[in-house]
Design a protein around this ligand. Structure first.
Ligand code: HEC
Ligand code: HEC
Ligand code: HEC
Length: 420
């Protein structure tokens, strides 16, 4: 064996030993759910928080599966722009390489066409694929592990009715030792709940339904909860905010600005439409969540999710990395920002930030303008955003190609001062 190969394996053994040591000292994760009196689903007598809303209970398996697939937002990760839905190939860039999502259309060779129910359940609950390979937790199976068998099989039944697409996503590009899938077995032992959803017996049916929607289906914590060094969601600090794909997924449990301070109506409106006056409009990854998933949920379900989220334990913010602003002398900073705003932004946002096209484009008092570190303002200016609203798509174009980083930083600073 070559020296390099030996060193590689010594390194791998080192990582395994480190993980083992961490396993023994790391606090065990709270089981996905944050109530204090969890009981097995069949022991919870106030009703069934899993499945579809009552209006759909007697619908066909296909209709139930379609609802659950939307609530679990599978399409967000298993599609790429300009490519058919569910055929995979979306790239996830991580610090140690790139992982591509799989094709989950019912194609026999490249998708899940030949998967049995048991294999599909095993993937969703244990994070293990058809050929016994361990899957990377970019696939949020630590959340889906909470789903009931019936709900997972309804999702499978729906996916089976899609048109099969023959497409093999590119192979993952990961560096050693991260390309060793076997390591994920240890990760999964440490951080994946080892049981299905357990309702909290001290809470009513609505709260528990909200918990099931947010924790098991919507996997909201995958973006909104900070992660530990092994990239697992830190269940000790639920919803304390984190950076997701370069955007600040806000602290929903903040004692002052968190969802406790929102009215029930404004939260329902934000979740189902992506906008609520004086709180702002969902942009970036959150616009996608609304567009692909939340806007399809039944009104009772959105209300239940709101009840659960407004009751989150207050929690101080996670750490948000400061964006790098281009160095410009401060006196010319705001003048330059003002200039860019008048030139291009005001045509949609109005000079006063009140919005022209529709209420959606109002940035007056919006959360992103009030952040100490305006990461999302910078992101929305660089990349733009797209939100499917009630009156059609609301589009903000990205300006990364039109303006320099200095101009973008300047207009971001201007917007924050102007509307924040
Ligand atoms: C946050 C992104 C994300 C979401 C949401 C997501 N997946 Fe995935 N999924 C992935 C990625 C990435 C992989 C590939 C993981 C790997 O290669 O180890 C994957 C792999 C899978 C696999 C294994 C396929 C195979 O060939 O081994 C199945 C099955 C699957 N996902 C089903 C689903 C279903 C069903 C849903 C919705 C309930 C869903 N996924 C939601 C990202 C996601
Ligand atoms: C893919 C990552 C991602 C997922 C999944 C996600 N969010 Fe978000 N969320 C974000 C980001 C990023 C923002 C900030 C959006 C902005 O600046 O407009 C956000 C903003 C929000 C806000 C506004 C908070 C505020 O103070 O203005 C709420 C409420 C919210 N999300 C709820 C949810 C719920 C409920 C779910 C699960 C159904 C969820 N999110 C899933 C990334 C995500
Ligand atoms: C073509 C119209 C259009 C132009 C031009 C435009 N925007 Fe937007 N902008 C929108 C719309 C619509 C939204 C809300 C929908 C969304 O986020 O998807 C938005 C959202 C935003 C937000 C996020 C608000 C929130 O609540 O999170 C900020 C900040 C913003 N724009 C700033 C700017 C700046 C700065 C410029 C100029 C460089 C600009 N916009 C140019 C239409 C536009």
């Amino acid at each position: 064996m070559k020296i390099a190969a030996v060193l590689k394996w010594v390194g791998l053994l080192g990582v395994v030993a480190l993980l083992g040591a961490l396993a023994s000292i790391w606090p065990r994760p709270a089981p996905g759910l944050f109530g204090t009196q969890p009981v097995a689903l069949e022991k919870y007598l106030k009703g069934d928080p899993s499945g579809v809303p009552s209006a759909l209970k007697n619908s066909s398996l296909w209709v139930r599966g379609e609802y659950l697939t939307k609530a679990a937002d599978c399409i967000a990760c298993h599609s790429q722009t300009h490519h058919a839905g569910f055929s995979g190939g979306r790239a996830f860039k991580l610090p140690f390489g790139v992982i591509y999502s799989s094709n989950i259309t019912p194609d026999d060779e490249t998708g899940i066409g030949t998967w049995t129910d048991a294999e599909f359940l095993h993937a969703m609950h244990e994070g293990v694929g058809k050929h016994s390979q361990h899957l990377y937790p970019v696939f949020p199976y630590a959340s889906y592990a909470l789903l009931t068998d019936a709900d997972v099989l309804a999702i499978k039944a729906y996916l089976r009715t899609l048109a099969p697409i023959h497409y093999r996503p590119p192979p993952n590009e990961l560096t050693f030792p991260y390309n060793q899938r076997g390591l994920m077995a240890i990760w999964s032992q440490l951080y994946k709940p080892q049981h299905r959803f357990e309702p909290d017996k001290d809470h009513g049916l609505e709260w528990n339904r909200g918990a099931y929607l947010a924790e098991a289906l919507g996997h909201c914590g995958e973006c909104h909860t900070p992660r530990n060094v092994l990239q697992a969601v830190d269940t000790q600090r639920p919803y304390a905010g984190a950076v997701a794909d370069g955007w600040n997924a806000y602290n929903l449990a903040d004692p002052i600005t968190g969802l406790r301070s929102w009215s029930a109506e404004s939260l329902v409106q934000y979740l189902s439409t992506g906008h609520t006056p004086s709180r702002g409009t969902a942009s970036g990854p959150m616009a996608e969540v609304v567009e692909n998933s939340l806007r399809f949920l039944a009104a009772d379900d959105v209300a239940a999710m709101g009840i659960y989220l407004r009751g989150l334990q207050p929690m101080m913010a996670g750490i948000v990395a400061a964006p790098v602003l281009a160095p410009i002398p401060s006196n010319s900073y705001l003048t330059l920002g003002h200039q860019v705003f008048d030139e291009v932004c005001a045509s949609c946002h109005r000079i006063d930030g009140g919005g022209v096209q529709s209420e959606m484009a109002s940035i007056q008092g919006s959360r992103s303008c009030r952040e100490a570190v305006p990461l999302n303002v910078l992101q929305v200016i660089r990349l733009g955003s797209h939100l499917q609203g009630a009156q059609g798509a609301e589009v903000m174009p990205g300006f990364a190609k039109t303006y320099s980083e200095a101009q973008i930083a300047a207009v971001a600073a201007f917007v924050v001062g102007h509307c924040g």
